[in-house]
Design a protein around this ligand. Structure first.
Ligand SMILES: C[S@@+](CC[C@H](N)C(=O)[O-])C[C@H]1O[C@@H](n2cnc3c(N)ncnc32)[C@H](O)[C@@H]1O
Length: 253
């Protein structure tokens, strides 16, 4: 029986190859520029689900004081490794912490709170969104803004790619990484989208060296009722980012 690993878990290929796949994704091209306008120059930013620091690191390089929170040790290890290579004046502005966005308790407030690349959609709209919004409201400084990049449900309704046709292929050290969608489902009633992704590494000559099947889950839902219950209101209409998602911004009522 094929083992199915959770996405981003310590032993997962999704954590190992995260940067290669994420930096190539058109869904998030130029998103750092957008988040860099969420706080005043030198202000504080809390990134929920900071992963390997794809967004947190360039924000710190631009002068912001950044806290990157993530639940997955396998992602944070990579973020910390990159932080260790940064100039001291940048590294001092950047902190990674292990934590769950559903139970935020950092004991301070931030000028901006962001969740890039569909991160907030890993959490189910339900009690979990209620808790996450309440936590964000508590951690948002007066005059601050929350920005959540959430996926559009429409592309999730499209037919699944053929399991034999690669959806991603790039050279890696000593060979090639290829991704296949083994299965794709969208339960529209509950707003749940699941992908079973096969990460396959092979030599330049096409000999398979490793294979990992991993489950990637996103939820879709309307964030506004949850925000309202937490005392937050939309800062404007959602703005498209990439072809498959929208930035939803909230401020205190
Ligand atoms: C798509 S990655 C985004 C990483 C980074 N923000 C970026 O844009 O490249 C999603 C991240 O959210 C994290 N995550 C998922 N659920 C979480 C939770 N409940 N609390 C904190 N982090 C979570 C995952 O571990 C993963 O690192």
């Amino acid at each position: 029986m094929t083992v199915i690993r959770p996405y981003y878990s310590t032993e997962s290929a999704s954590a190992l190859h995260y940067d290669l796949v994420a930096f190539a994704d058109p869904a998030v091209q130029l998103d750092v520029d957008l988040y860099a306008h969420m706080a005043k120059a030198g202000g504080s930013i809390l990134e929920l689900g900071a992963g390997t620091g794809r967004v947190a690191i360039p924000l710190a390089e631009r002068g912001f004081e950044v806290t990157g929170l993530d639940i997955a040790q396998g992602m944070l290890v990579r973020a910390e490794a990159k932080r260790a290579t940064l100039p001291a004046e940048v590294a001092v502005r950047l902190h990674f912490v292990r934590g769950d966005m559903r139970s935020l308790a950092l004991g301070r407030q931030f000028d901006a709170i962001i969740a890039s690349y569909f991160t907030f959609a890993h959490v189910q709209p339900s009690a979990a969104w209620k808790q996450a919004f309440a936590g964000m409201a508590r951690h948002l400084a007066p005059g601050g803004v929350i920005a959540l990049h959430l996926p559009d449900a429409e592309p999730m309704k499209r037919p699944a790619p053929s399991p034999d046709i690669p959806v991603f292929r790039k050279p890696i050290e000593g060979g090639v990484l290829t991704l296949f969608v083994a299965a794709q489902t969208f339960n529209e009633k509950v707003g749940r989208f699941d992908l079973l992704l096969d990460y396959v590494t092979s030599t330049d000559k096409g000999v398979e060296t490793a294979r990992s099947r991993e489950r990637y889950t996103l939820f879709v839902g309307d964030p506004e009722p949850y925000a309202a219950k937490a005392g937050l209101r939309p800062a404007g209409p959602p703005e498209a980012l990439g072809a498959t998602g929208f930035i939803h911004k909230f401020v205190k009522c």
